[in-house]
Design a protein around this ligand. Structure first.
Ligand code: FO1
Length: 285
């Protein structure tokens, strides 16, 4: 793909996991290295088998590095599963699949966090080692944990999303710890950059991937102060999500699973919403 002659200027992309990561990859292909900063949701992070797991950061890392599993969208391509087989033989939990190569990411991140490194510093070293040219930042280095309330009470996001395969109806969502989370300083710097040309909200699930980012104190204000336009790309095409439970969750939480509903959720943050041509009728709404 030819590089679009990108005038000088930087772009900040806000992204969750799989759907958003594909647009982040596209942006990284048309923008000169050093012109793109990708800000990742960390609300999906959790501890599993004693390991610090950061799904959205890792999906972005692997996708931008060209090593993501092309079918699943998460984890690494050409993966082997010796660890999971051995874990199963020992009666360990296998609902959250960790490939052998992916396991190294979690083990090394856990080791470095325990040694006092920040998630930002760890992920920045990982992305450089994997040859990723753009900056990859967590929304905060402080812990934020998305939890959903279902009929059985409050459960961790990965329990809902993976173990229960999004089956239970969602009654409420919370981003535990977000009130105390400080925005990652380099994110604020990127948003205040005089050369900023655009902020792109990638087509991730607004409820679980983008709103945790917007909920970090100071980020909405930093976006409102942006001199560049903030443009969201709708994660819905024809009322259906490209990936994941977006439409189902929007319906369960009383939001309309359509572009007008998406625009309402981002009201006050975005200057525009990119929708699919098949949804052209939504444009005037
Ligand atoms: N998603 C699944 O549906 N099943 C899994 O076993 C699974 C394992 C997994 C391991 C590492 C990782 O970074 C992501 C993983 N995911 C898995 C995806 C993950 O739950 C989602 O990508 C995000 O949390 C939502 O965007």
């Amino acid at each position: 793909m030819d590089r679009v002659p990108s005038a000088t200027g930087s772009v900040v992309a806000l992204s969750g996991g799989i759907g958003g990561a594909k647009l982040a990859l596209g942006l990284s292909r048309v923008l000169a290295p050093g012109c793109l900063t990708v800000v990742a949701n960390t609300g999906d992070d959790f501890e599993h088998l004693g390991l610090a797991i950061s799904p959205d950061l890792d999906t972005l890392l692997y996708t931008l590095a060209g090593v993501a599993d092309p079918d699943k969208g998460w984890g690494r391509r050409d993966e082997t599963w010796t660890f999971m087989r051995a874990l199963a033989a020992l009666g360990g939990p296998t609902w959250f699949q960790l490939g052998d190569g992916d396991l190294a990411t979690h083990v090394e991140r856990t080791r470095r966090l325990a040694a006092g490194e920040t998630l930002t510093a760890i992920m920045d070293d990982f992305r450089r080692r994997l040859g990723v040219g753009c900056a990859l930042l967590p929304m905060s280095d402080d812990p934020v944990r998305t939890r959903v309330r279902t009929a059985e009470g409050w459960i961790d996001f990965q329990d809902y999303f993976v173990r229960q395969r999004c089956a239970p109806a969602v009654i409420d969502i919370e981003f535990r710890g977000v009130e105390r989370a400080r925005p990652q300083p380099s994110v604020l710097d990127a948003l205040a950059d005089p050369a900023l040309r655009a902020v792109v909200i990638c087509p991730s699930n607004p409820l679980i991937s983008i709103e945790p980012i917007l909920a970090v104190p100071g980020l909405r204000r930093a976006l409102a102060a942006c001199r560049a336009p903030v443009i969201a790309v709708s994660p819905l095409v024809g009322g259906k999500a490209l990936k994941g439970p977006t439409a189902k969750m929007l319906r369960e939480l009383g939001g309309a699973p359509d572009n007008a509903g998406i625009a309402r959720r981002y009201q006050g943050v975005i200057d525009g919403l990119v929708i699919d041509t098949m949804d052209a009728a939504d444009a005037d709404r």
